[in-house]
Design a protein around this ligand. Structure first.
Ligand SMILES: *Cc1c(COP(=O)(O)O)cnc(C)c1O
Length: 364
């Protein structure tokens, strides 16, 4: 049988991940906010998920059931949360696997209720409000209040756990205090109608951590669903200038092997058409340059522009499905075939790499 050579390799530093989880969790708990650790960004790798459990996360969430299902077997006891609004066709599995789901469609809620009755369970639901980001959620807030009342009164195998919002995903809307207060207002309208307090008011994802850092999160928001901000801690400091001190940006690192080193022209030679993915590319002519090929490609990590090359003086020039090309003309190290080059990663590359069977995952 084919035996993997060991490269390309993803190095996952579980201690750094754990530190990131605890820093975010402590910052949130100081303001009365629990977090759902969202593990879809690392494809739900079990050793990573275990860190959230051991750090005492109140919930563990993913957008994919196949990532949540193995967690129970791995001994994880934290309640599991489906964070992508479910497909009608997966209602039975959502109820079987998850304790909580986020929802925005009446028919799906009815199906979840029916399945929960068949499985003799109570399933907890969080109704999503769309406050302008234009992905999931009720746009008509009157309808949302009526559906909440219906869940409370008529769907006996569902428990209305609370309400939530998502911002900063499709519509790039910022999690301002005013935006999040809109969600609290909806929650309070629902509470008035059902005559009790909601358990959860879930005020968004990583982008809402800005409000935790600034200390101006509306006080009734008591839960955030945090993925990227823990796995990578890159967007908040780099895009918005918000930093939680002591967070690591290199809990995930990539190592790939050099498969060719040659000096070649920097501009392709011949008539220019399209690249392997059907795109027209502009090539800069910098004369003859030394370059290294790596045995890894777009199939493994997506976009080569999202790789941060740690090799001094080296630059990622481009890639095809299974090759990555580096310019190493100015690199001080005399790179040879068989040498290993290291990369820091961004969110999308971590998503792809953790998904790729071609990548050896090593935990330290
Ligand atoms: C992915 C996702 C999250 C986590 O988002 P991050 O930006 O990675 O923190 C939270 N909520 C929902 C509904 C999601 O789909």
């Amino acid at each position: 049988m084919y035996k993997k050579p060991g490269y390309p390799k993803l190095i996952v530093d579980l201690q750094k991940l754990r530190t990131n989880i605890e820093k975010v969790q402590n910052a949130c708990r100081d303001q009365g906010v629990e977090i759902a650790g969202v593990i879809k960004g690392c494809t739900g790798l079990i050793p990573c998920a275990m860190q959230y459990e051991q750090a005492g996360c109140a919930y563990i969430g993913s957008s994919r059931l196949e990532q949540l299902e193995p967690l129970k077997e791995a001994g994880i006891q934290a309640p599991l949360m489906m964070v992508r609004v479910p497909m009608l066709s997966e209602a039975a599995e959502v109820v079987r696997i998850c304790d909580y789901s986020l929802n925005s469609e009446v028919n799906v809620l009815r199906a979840l209720n029916a399945q929960a009755r068949i499985q003799d369970k109570q399933h907890r639901v969080i109704l999503m409000a769309d406050c302008g980001d234009l992905r999931e959620g009720f746009w008509d807030k009157d309808e949302m209040v009526e559906v909440a009342v219906m869940v409370e009164n008529d769907l006996h195998n569902l428990d209305l756990a609370g309400v939530g919002v998502n911002v900063g995903c499709y519509g790039s809307i910022m999690a301002t205090p005013e935006k999040l207060q809109e969600l609290v207002d909806i929650a309070e309208r629902i509470e008035e109608r059902i005559g009790r307090e909601l358990e959860i008011i879930s005020g968004g994802a990583t982008s809402s951590l800005m409000r935790v850092i600034d200390g101006d999160l509306p006080s009734r928001i008591n839960m955030l669903r945090v993925g990227e901000g823990i796995l990578l801690a890159y967007d908040l400091p780099h895009l918005y200038g918000y930093d939680i001190p002591g967070m690591y940006q290199d809990a995930f690192k990539l190592r790939a092997e050099v498969i060719e080193v040659k000096t070649k022209p920097s501009h392709p030679v011949g008539e220019i058409g399209f690249d392997a993915f059907g795109h027209r590319i502009q090539y800069e002519d910098r004369g003859m340059r030394r370059r290294a090929l790596l045995g890894i490609g777009k199939c493994d990590y997506g976009d080569p522009d999202e790789l941060i090359c740690c090799e001094e003086g080296a630059q990622v020039l481009g890639a095809s499905s299974d090759h990555t090309i580096l310019d190493i003309e100015d690199a001080p190290r005399d790179l040879k075939v068989g040498d290993i080059v290291e990369f820091d990663l961004k969110y999308a590359t971590i998503v792809y790499l953790t998904n790729s069977d071609n990548i050896e995952k090593v935990y330290i």
